[in-house]
Write a protein that binds this ligand. Structure first.
Ligand code: AMP
Length: 405
């Protein structure tokens, strides 16, 4: 049943969220995007008269309690966001957590301490998951960013709620949007794949190959494709052990009739620095001692035309070193062309850490169809993998750990 159709009146609802937010040295939150993203889920439950028990991880604590990773630092900000007091329990399981959860009145919110203070969380420990399950009578998973991990709170806990579990608003949205591009996307469907390395994106490209009409390759990974075809790439980023992979992608695209667009020209620099000397040249004719750090002017125009003619666009990975102003032109131009296509009726999904950072840098997040919140989880979903956190909700019997786990 869709999350919006559920009714939480008088229910105690255990909600897994991703409150893994950055904190400064004074434990102040410097970016609350992840907290804001789950507000619709929290407010739906409390407005219907349910009570919410929130659980999350924060950072990577080594062993037990560490002040800088305590979720208590989030309580006052969360109270402001939902405009009511949030209770806090210094433990995530046990007698005190159970008492505080039991005593929650209708519409109240309780935040549990960082789950990763217990090593059982990342181990996917069933005992720990069962202890968590004792706090509530319904389980909601709204942490897409952690859905690719078979952890106790993201996956195993669902086994204890066979009839009473659901995705939250955010996670459901993520899946619906990813499914939109993976199953029956409107054609032409273009995947824009950029970023540093072929090796990081090869599984995504392979899984998309029989779904797309066009693939645009940009960023650091394009130089491996150029070298594979005999081009001179100077000192550009290259993965020599991926040369065969690149050739295989080119062959497969031809066989399947997929238009594979590789850059024609590139912006080159004589060092990896914003202030380096720079020039433009054919991407296959980069002089010794120079490196390609962005796509060139002709390539920008070529890629823009492809994007403009696409009905569905998936973008993962920047076209160049967009963090440096001197080499952001390609990424910025592609971002604006995706926005333009969206305004003209195309569906656009942006996901994966750095393309999201790019779209946010240009403040265009509102002008594309969907910006995914899950880096690793989104990549694995695009690779066609089954995410344990998703399976655990979808299957009545939950998720079974395999032997080595
Ligand atoms: P990824 O996480 O694989 O999507 O890679 C993103 C990173 O790739 C960003 O930090 C970019 O600066 C970097 N990148 C993009 N193009 C290049 C390039 N031509 N040379 C080196 N790094 C690049």
């Amino acid at each position: 049943m869709p999350f919006s159709d559920l009714n939480f009146a008088n229910k105690k609802v255990l909600v897994r969220v991703d409150f893994n937010v950055p904190l400064n040295a004074d434990f102040k939150i410097t970016d609350d995007t992840r907290m804001k993203a789950v507000l619709p889920t929290i407010t739906k439950i409390i407005s219907e008269g349910g009570s919410v028990i929130l659980m999350s991880h924060l950072g990577r604590p080594k062993l037990g309690f560490e002040e800088r990773f305590s979720l208590k630092h989030l309580v006052s900000h969360l109270s402001q966001l939902i405009q009511q007091d949030v209770k806090f329990c210094e433990d995530s399981i046990g007698e005190k957590a159970q008492r505080m959860a039991a005593e929650l009145a209708t519409g109240e919110v309780l935040l549990l301490e960082n789950l990763r203070f217990y090593k059982h969380e990342t181990a996917g420990n069933l005992y720990f998951a069962e202890e968590l399950s004792k706090l509530a009578d319904f389980y909601v998973n709204d942490a897409f960013g952690s859905a690719h991990r078979a952890h106790a709170s993201t996956t195993m806990v669902a086994n204890f709620f066979p009839e009473n579990k659901s995705f939250g608003n955010l996670l459901e949205n993520e899946i619906n949007n990813l499914e939109k591009v993976l199953t029956a996307p409107k054609k032409p469907f273009t995947a824009i794949i950029g970023g540093a390395k072929v090796s990081g994106k090869i599984n995504v490209i392979e899984n998309l190959m029989d779904k797309v009409t066009d693939i645009i390759i940009g960023g650091g990974m394009s130089y491996t494709f150029i070298k594979a075809q005999g081009g001179n790439i100077g000192s550009s980023l290259v993965e020599d052990n991926q040369i065969d992979t690149a050739l295989e992608i080119i062959r497969k695209a031809k066989k399947l009739g997929v238009n594979l667009h590789i850059p024609d020209d590139t912006v080159i620099a004589d060092s990896f620095s914003n202030d380096a000397n720079q020039a433009e040249c054919d991407i296959a004719e980069i002089p010794e001692g120079w490196m390609g750090l962005d796509i060139g002017t002709r390539t920008i125009e070529k890629f823009k035309t492809v994007v403009k003619n696409s009905a569905t666009i998936l973008w993962n990975g920047p076209m160049g070193v967009f963090e440096m102003e001197s080499f952001e032109k390609g990424t910025k131009a592609i971002a604006y062309s995706v926005v333009e296509a969206t305004a003209n009726g195309s569906y656009s999904l942006i996901g994966g850490g750095d393309s999201v950072a790019a779209i946010n840098k240009y403040e265009l997040g509102e002008k594309v169809s969907y910006v995914s919140t899950g880096g690793g989880a989104m990549l694995e979903y695009l690779e066609g993998q089954k995410l344990p956190g998703v399976v655990a909700i979808q299957q009545k019997e939950g998720f079974k750990l395999n032997e080595e786990q």
